[in-house]
Design a protein around this ligand. Sequence first.
Ligand code: GLA
Length: 381
Amino acid sequence: MPNTNVMLQSITVQSPGRINIIGEHTDYNDGFVLPAAIDKKTVAHLHRNGQPTRCRITAGNLNETLDIDLDQVKPLAGGWQNYVLGVVHELQKLGAQILGFEGSFQGDVPIGGGMSSSASLECALAFGLNELFDLRLSKTQLIKAAQMAEHNFVGIKCGIMDQFASMMGQKDQVILLDCRSLEYRYFPLELGDYQLLLLHTNVSHSLASSEYNRRRSECEEGVAMIRKKHPEVQHLRDVSLPMLTGFQGNMPETLYTRCRHVVSENQRVLDATQALTTGDIQKLGRLLYQSHHSLQHDYAVSCPELDFLVDQTTGLDFVAGSRMMGGGFGGCTINIIEKKHGDQFVEKVAENYRARFGVDLTPYSVSIEDGAGVLSQAGAL
Ligand code: GLA
């Protein structure tokens, strides 16, 4: 009989980064997204140290250490430490009895790559601490705690997509997530002769966090104006394109275009799942291009490097679609490209990119993997 009284002493867990097929800046508008967990992840090793409140954790990639007093968890000036402190604090807010622990983490999710290295770290810690201390929090609670760590300790008012994908991913499946109800459905990603290819610009513009929060407020301002005429509207999720069109010229142009991106992007996510179901890769690809156009012009979260990489694919019949991925202002494009043309395409684009920006891009051909999980654990009676 298995002994249920074994207390975990140490655990090694992993939690991945994510891609997003389509549905950008829709999550914090109660909308739809279509992400998946990938084969790049954070691995965290955690063990109890027998102390009531003292903790120490090392960021392996940076060789930097953070000491934590569990009685006084507060944000620091900046850096990876706030992801850790934020998660601990948010779990404590849920009543979690975390005791002293030590550990380390390291990962291969590119930082600033738009693959959500931050959610990968937050979820690895939340998941790991939940297991180590038998906190019995649900995955939804862990996801929300990780998201709130980012709001309250990092200062980015992010949506729930990244943490959800990192925690809930399944091999070879994309997740259609309704960010309002948190209902979700897996769809197999079957691309036939095509593959996903990420091209990392290797730039990350400093605007990213301030503009992110600004976009969120712009959406809220847009909703406030729409509500005056349509009081039933809670979020942009509740707005249809015909409803929004009635506001053209009656709200500031910037707010109008921000809203138009979100409203049209929600529809594109639903259309994309349809295209996946019928195996229509060309249609899926067209939706990616439309998404990029909307993010570039209506939502204004792209940058010259991302636009250049998308433009490089236009007119190539072996590329079905391309767009910027994630929050924007740098990071990656996601491309759906015929497998046999991948290498040659990367070579050519890398050369053009270097000539234009003096920067090397990094290609990643990612696979879709499971979300957070235990790699190994050890207990004592
Ligand atoms: C970042 C945020 C997500 C989401 C995307 C844009 O990755 O963390 O919540 O808003 O940007 O879609």
